[in-house]
Design a protein around this ligand. Sequence first.
Ligand code: G4P
Length: 534
Amino acid sequence: MSELTPQVKRRRTFAIISHPDAGKTTLTEKLLLFSGAIQIAGSVKARKASRHATSDWMEIEKQRGISVASSVMQMEYRDCVINLLDTPGHQDFSEDTYRVLTAVDAALMVIDAANGVEPQTRRLLQVCRARNTPILTFVNKLDREVQEPLALMDEIERELGMTVVPFTWPVGMAKFFGGVLDLRKDQMRVFSPGEDRVAGTEEVVQGLANPVLADRFGPAYEQAAGEIELVREAAPEFDHEAFLSGRQTPMFFGSAVNNFGVQEVLDALVDLAPSPGERAAMQRTVHPDEPKFTGVVFKIQANMDPAHRDRIAFLRVASGKFSRGMNLKVVRSGKSMRPNTVVTFMSQKRELLDEAYAGDIIGIPNHGVLQLGDTITEGEALQYTGLPFFAPEMFRMVEVADPLKTKQLKAGLQQLGEEGAIQVFRPVAGSVLMLGAVGQLQFEVVAHRLEHEYSCKARISPCRFQVARWVTADTGEGPAADERELNRFIDGNSHRMAYDAVNAPTLLVEYAPELRAIEANWPKIRFHALREHA
Ligand code: G4P
C-alpha cells in the first residue's frame, strides 16, 4: 500500500479485439459516449467514410483512419479511469496488435452474432490466452437476423476453449428483438432502436419471471426463459479467479449501433476487470504502486497527425507517477530525456498531460530516441520483457523510382521500421534494401506511406527469400568466442545475411530445407524465429 495505490486501483486498461466489421468501431464510439467528451460529429463521419472501403487502398485508409482517430483513448467512468486501446482488425497487422495486447490488463472481444467466431478473433484470442489476459465477450448485432444464442455460446466455448458465463440473455432477434434479460440483476431491459439514443434511458422491467414479459414478448420470451433454464443447469457459476486467468469469459448481448447493452459491458469492465498488476522485468518484478516511475514503449507511430508531422512513442506506465518535465532515462541507450510535451488521449483529442499512473498510456513525441520495447525509468537499470518481433514470412526488394529521392527512402524506411510497420533489412553484400512482412497489406501500406508522408515513390519488387532467422552464437566459451563464431558465420554466409533495424544479424534463405542444412552445418549458431527486444 502506498499513496499511489488508490490511483492504481481505479485504473482499467483494456483493448477491444474483433474480426473486421463485427462492430469494434461502433462499440468504441458508444463506450466513449459515456465519458461525455466524445465529438459525435467527427466520429460518425469517420465511420461513414469507412463504409465505402471497397478496395485494398481504401482498406489501408480505413485501417489508418481508425488507428489515427482512436488508437488510445482515456475516459472517466464511475470513479474509474479507463484506458481503451484500439487494435487493428486486419490480420496483416496482427504483429502490431500483439504488441498492443502486451500493454493491456484485459480485452473486450466483439463477436458478430450472425457470423460467430471468425478467423481474426480466433487468432487474437490465442494471443490473449497465451498471456492469460481476462476476456469479456460482447455479442453484437442482435437487431439483425443472427444465430441462436445457445449455438453461439457453444461455438465460442468450443472454438476458443473458454467457459462462457452469460450475464445477459437476448429475447428474440432482428425485428423481434425485445431486449436482454439480466441474469444477475433479475430484470429485463427493453430494447428500443435509435442510433443517437443515450444510454440509461431504456425501459426496465423488474423480475425475470414477471408475467408482463410473457404477455408483451410472447414466444420470444418463452424461448429465452427456456434457454436460461438450460444455461443455468449447464453453465458453471461465474468464478472471478477463472475470469482473471482467462479460463472463463462473461458474455453480454446487445446492439452497439443502437447503444444497447453497451453500458453493462462498461460496468462489467469496472467491476470485474483487474487494475494494473505487477510486471516482470529482466532484473526483478515491479509493483504498480512503487514510488519510482517506470514504463515501456509498446507502439511507435509517425505522422499520426498530418498537421503535426511527428513521431509518437506510446508508453504504458508500469509503476510510479509520471509528471511532466521529470528527468527520465532510456535504459537501452543510457540517454536522458525530460519530456515536456507528453500527451494523453482523451476521447480522440490529444491533450497535454500533467501526470499519469500505472496502466495509463502516454504519448511522448520524439525524433528517434525511443524505440519499440524501450524501458524508461528514473535511473534504474531495468528492462521489461515480452515485446516480440516475429520473423517475417514475405520479402520484397525496395528501390526508389527517382534516384534523387534515395535519402527520403532511407529516412522513411528507417521510421517505418522503427514503428514496426515493416521490417527493413540491409544486406551485408549488396545495396538494395529488403522489406519483410507478415502480411501482404503491410507492403502496400509502406508504399502508400512512403509516397504520401515522405514524398518518395518506391519500386517494390519480388525477392527470392522466403524465410528469415535472427542469428546469435553460443559457443559455451564466453562472449569473445561467441562474437568470433558469429562473425565467421556472417562472413561465410554474406550472400544471404542482412542487418535489421536494430542491427541484429539475420539469415535469409529461399527454402526451409536450406535452413535445415545450414543449421546442421553450424551447431554453435542459434537461429531465432522470434526476437525479443534486446
Ligand atoms: P469494425 O470496427 O469492427 O470493423 O466494425 P464497425 O464498427 O465499423 O461496424 C461494421 C458495420 O456494422 C457498420 O455498418 C456498423 O454500422 C454495423 N454495426 C455495428 N453494430 C451494429 C449493430 O448492433 N447492429 C447492426 N445492424 N449493425 C451494426 P456499415 O454499413 O459498414 O457502416 P454504416 O453505414 O453503419 O456507417
